[in-house]
Design a protein around this ligand. Structure first.
Ligand code: ADP
Ligand code: MG
Ligand code: ZN
Length: 532
């Protein structure tokens, strides 16, 4: 029996969370009841917990998680290990020996969760091997990749059709952050889900502020600069349309003394991984990438996602922009588009040979143009696109409804003016608005007021702790937990347990170090080097 109190107990003990997010508890119950399940929940909604928690509650059984990105799987497995839940990734990055080892331990039922790539799952030998494992459930992450109607179709996802036949007694759960009604049907049909429990969470992300603006090439860069100044010291993702665009943007930013790293498909794998790691570990705050960047990137405290061209579809935009503010704290999603982007998209659609695919591409094209050009609340347009109807009030968190992004207005007004005067050096166009703040913006998890010195001091500790263990900083502790630490300043292990994110194992692992660091800070110790 798994009573509700058992679930909550595990949630508190392992994760250090006080309560479930919307839908999580019901989804966990469906999975523990062995039912096929289809979950649509926006990025940051907490999908991983929905399959991790049931797995944590069933010793001797293993949840198989299929996810398309190796980096993401590794972060998740590392995090699970840190909170005391045995987990592993099986992929081709491991040596033959390591793979053998993981397989041996998996066969002995040692892992609560085992992560596999879709390619790995498609192998005949993998399927045969899985049939002797004590499989609790299959969790298919980023399940929209199975649909041609989705914006990230992956042919290898189609091979998962065989799961239903090969494992008739094992529940399958599909998870995605982006699925229209059509894609949802496709997921259920392709995976052969049997009378699945369906959960569709709201797509409304009140902590995101959507700012859409048509611009020209030169003004676009001024606005980008203004946005980066506005979010100085915070993690930001910039999406450029092409590899050349990525490189030029990085160069231009570096010229202005803004440290940025590039990420695109044509870099050699080592540089790309290093750049991603530098950004993940907060060493570089600004990452400029093509859309190749980010599927499954789960850095929680991204304060802005900035697009330098028109995305191909609303789903794509929603998913990329949704990488901002996953911690629930306010974040900006800035879409700076140009008329010529539309021409370029149309050009590419013209080159698609498949008739049906062309039709689908035009549909997406018209919807995204409507999105940027109409004067309807951006939040509302997105939610309605995903089939969500609700009563709408002006949201105060998009450019249409008005949301106090004076810094953007100021920068836009200043851009042509400055050029007319022929000035090259400029004062910070964002500075007046910095003072104004964005008070109009309603925030889900309001940012705590914290002592900036203490924050920097603990960040420094976290950087060292992460480096020592070879983990990204957020695996050690999220920014939101860090802020809560600064706010509560716990003096004992018991008090530390009251901080969100500190479960039993994490408290045991880092607790004393953190209490010591806090005590040193009280005695006047301060951060040494400034990494921001
Ligand atoms: P998704 O996969 O839906 O985008 P994640 O599973 O990565 O979202 O979770 C997003 C963030 O929310 C993570 O930082 C996670 O630790 C946090 N989170 C999930 N569930 C809870 C909860 N019940 N209480 C507090 N934080 C949670
Ligand atoms: Mg996820
Ligand atoms: Zn609005």
């Amino acid at each position: 029996m798994n009573s509700e109190s058992d679930m909550r107990e595990v949630l508190r003990r392992c994760w250090g969370y006080e309560s479930f997010r919307p839908l999580q508890e019901s989804i966990v119950k469906s999975l523990l009841d062995g039912r096929d399940t289809c979950v649509v929940m926006p990025t940051g909604g907490g999908k991983s917990l929905c399959y991790q928690l049931p797995a944590a509650m069933r010793p001797g059984e293993t949840a198989i998680v299929i996810s398309p990105l190796i980096a993401l799987m590794q972060d998740q497995a590392a995090h699970l290990e840190q909170i005391g839940i045995p987990a592993a990734v099986l992929n081709s990055m491991l040596t033959e020996r390591q793979q053998q080892d993981v397989m041996r331990r998996a066969a002995a039922g040692e892992y609560r969760l085992l992560y596999l790539s879709p390619e790995r799952l498609a192998r005949q030998d993998t399927v045969r091997w899985l049939q002797v494992l004590p499989v609790l459930l299959f969790a298919i992450d980023e399940a929209h990749c199975i649909s041609e109607w989705g914006h990230e179709f992956r042919p290898e996802y189609r091979r998962m059709k065989m799961l239903r036949e090969r494992f008739p007694g094992v529940p399958i759960a599909a998870f995605t952050a982006s699925a229209t009604r059509q894609v949802r049907h496709d997921i259920i049909e392709q995976l052969g889900l049997r009378n699945p429990d369906k959960y569709i969470a709201s797509f409304y992300r009140p902590n995101l502020r959507y700012l859409v603006r048509e611009t020209d090439a030169r003004t676009q860069f001024d606005l980008l600069l203004a946005a980066l100044r506005r979010h100085e010291g915070a993690s930001v993702i910039v999406y450029a349309p092409t590899i050349k665009g990525v490189e030029q943007t990085v160069d231009k930013l570096e010229e202005r003394g803004i440290r940025a790293v590039a990420y695109h498909g044509q870099m050699d794998a080592t540089t790309r991984r290093r750049n991603q790691e530098r950004w993940m570990s907060d060493e570089a705050r600004v990452l400029v990438g093509t859309i190749a960047f980010g599927l499954g990137i789960n850095k929680p405290a991204v304060r802005a996602v900035i697009h330098l061209s028109l995305p191909k579809s609303i789903e794509q935009y929603y998913q990329e922009a949704g990488r901002a503010g996953r911690d629930g704290v306010a974040a900006d999603c800035l879409l700076l588009w140009q008329k010529r982007d539309a021409g370029l998209l149309a050009h590419f659609i013209g080159q698609i040979s498949d008739r049906q695919e062309t039709d689908r591409a035009w549909q997406r094209y018209h919807r995204i143009r409507e999105f940027v050009e109409s004067r309807v609340c951006r939040h509302r347009q997105i939610c309605e696109h995903f089939g969500e109807t609700r009563k709408w009030k002006p949201c105060a968190a998009c450019d249409v409804c008005g949301c106090g992004a004076e810094w953007l207005e100021a920068a836009a007004d200043a851009a042509p003016l400055r050029r007319r005067k022929g000035k090259t050096k400029r004062s910070s166009p964002a500075s007046p608005a910095r003072r104004g703040g964005n008070r109009a913006h309603p925030v889900a998890g309001a940012k705590l007021e914290v002592n900036a010195d203490l924050r920097e001091y603990l960040r420094e500790w976290r950087r060292a702790a992460a480096q020592e263990r070879g983990q990204p900083a957020f695996v050690v502790m999220h920014d939101s937990s860090l802020d809560e630490l600064c706010h509560k300043r716990p003096r004992s292990m018991a008090e530390l347990r009251g901080v969100c994110g500190f479960g039993e194992k994490k408290t045991a692992m880092y607790g004393q170090e953190i209490l010591d660091a806090l005590a040193r800070f009280e005695r006047g110790d301060r951060a040494t080097n400034d990494h921001s």
